[in-house]
Design a protein around this ligand. Structure first.
Ligand code: COA
Length: 373
């Protein structure tokens, strides 16, 4: 069977960032304003006062210290509490496409490829800016790529599912060299007025180049040994935003049109599901956990990753074996494991094995076994 490699990666990181301290200060101002505006109703028991957030809770519960964002000012303004992004005319590049081409150029450089070498583009992410035309086709146009392009969404697992789709397409001959981009403006789907989740997400875009091993000239590439994707329906992470909102008379202020989750349930249900997935995947490939030199896991919660790493390796992973980028980027949905892979792979030796794994809404989880070339 044709051998496929990831021959290049790139990360576009927004210029602005928000620390836990800044985020908590703004949330607490919002909560205090809300409580004083609604004092009469709170005192009479008609509505409940908002509790304050705190940095210590955020870091201990999640491992997050900082997040990069596309607009800091709107998010931190207690009277606004969401990013404010410029409204563009239809003949200007969309924001997701703009982020995508920045990450794509870095991935092309690292793979030693030009846009002429690419014949398919997949945009794989949690939140697309519009229903159509596909953001991928716009990225294709902006980069001057021939061939075809399409968007796909499997929430936090979009990137690993895209790796499987792209590898299968290259093997079957429908494309030769594929660009995958994962633009994530997670700050756009986050309710910064909700203390339980206001700290979770950040913005970023990652990109990858996949091609046949014999066509690759990259100095740092990884063979895709195999992929294994699983899904299992759950409402515990849900966002009801969609094209039927108008027909259903939803208001833009409806809470369920943004990210919602039962964090505790997600934690409890997803850790065993993902640990099992990786263990089964390794066993199907007749590999043992002691052969694994690196785990590039989805970046949602540090304790979740610590538990998964321990179950998979049968011991506590050393820091370099399971790199965390959560403290700097927060949860960036589909891009998280790809950031970890992109930033922490060039020290690996020839033939060493690593596992790239994502998990999230759906539930969905994707495991990719990689061998350093
Ligand atoms: N500041 C202070 N206290 C807070 C708080 C904040 N920002 N947010 C919640 N709390 C409080 C809660 O109200 C609760 O108080 P109580 O015990 O009096 O009821 C307490 O802290 C614990 O809250 P809980 O939501 O149970 O915390 P947790 O330990 O489960 O951590 C998450 C919350 C979201 C960090 C964690 O559940 C998680 O990461 N889950 C997995 C999520 C995931 O992977 N999602 C995928 C998304 S794509």
């Amino acid at each position: 069977m044709e051998q496929i490699v990831i021959s290049g990666t790139g990360v576009f990181t927004p210029e602005e960032s928000i620390t836990n301290e800044e985020l908590v200060e703004s949330y607490n101002k919002y909560a205090e304003n809300y409580n004083s505006r609604n004092k009469t109703d709170i005192d009479s028991g008609k509505i409940v006062a908002l509790d304050l957030s705190n940095e210590e809770f955020i870091f201990n519960a999640s491992g997050i210290k900082n997040r990069y964002v596309m607009d800091k000012k709107g998010i931190l303004d207690p009277e606004i509490m969401h990013p404010i992004l410029d409204k563009r005319s239809d003949d200007q590049p969309s924001i997701l496409a703009e982020m995508s081409i920045k990450a794509a150029r870095k991935a092309l450089d690292s793979a030693g490829k030009t846009t002429n070498d690419i014949d398919a583009v997949i945009t794989a992410c949690s939140n697309l800016e519009r229903a159509y035309p596909a953001v991928s086709i716009e990225v294709q146009e902006l980069l001057g790529i021939k061939g075809f392009a399409f968007d796909m969404n499997v929430a936090c697992s979009s990137a690993t599912f895209a790796i499987q789709a792209a590898a299968d397409m290259i093997r079957s001959g429908s494309a030769k060299t594929i660009l995958i981009v994962d633009p994530e403006i997670c700050s756009g789907h986050l309710d910064f007025k909700d203390r339980d989740c206001h700290f979770i997400f950040g913005d970023v875009c990652t990109a990858m180049i996949l091609e046949r091993k014999d066509a690759s000239e990259s100095k740092n590439s990884f063979q895709i040994v195999s992929t294994k994707c699983i899904t299992q329906f759950s409402n515990n992470i849900r966002n009801n935003f969609g094209f039927l909102n108008n027909a259903k008379k939803s208001s833009p202020l409806d809470r369920d049109l943004l990210f919602m989750q039962q964090g505790r349930k997600v934690f409890k249900e997803v850790v065993p599901m993902v640990s099992r997935l990786i263990i089964d995947h390794l066993s199907e490939e007749k590999m043992q956990s002691k052969e694994i030199k690196r785990l590039w896991l989805h970046q949602a919660n540090k304790s979740m990753n610590d538990l998964i790493g321990k179950k998979v390796l049968g011991r506590t992973p050393k820091e370099h074996e399971q790199p965390n980028i959560l403290q700097d980027y927060a949860n960036t949905s589909s891009a998280g494991s790809i950031i970890a892979f992109s930033l922490f792979n060039d020290d690996m030796n020839k033939n060493e094995i690593g596992v790239l794994c994502s998990f999230g809404a759906g539930y969905s989880a994707g495991s990719v076994i990689l061998r350093k070339i």
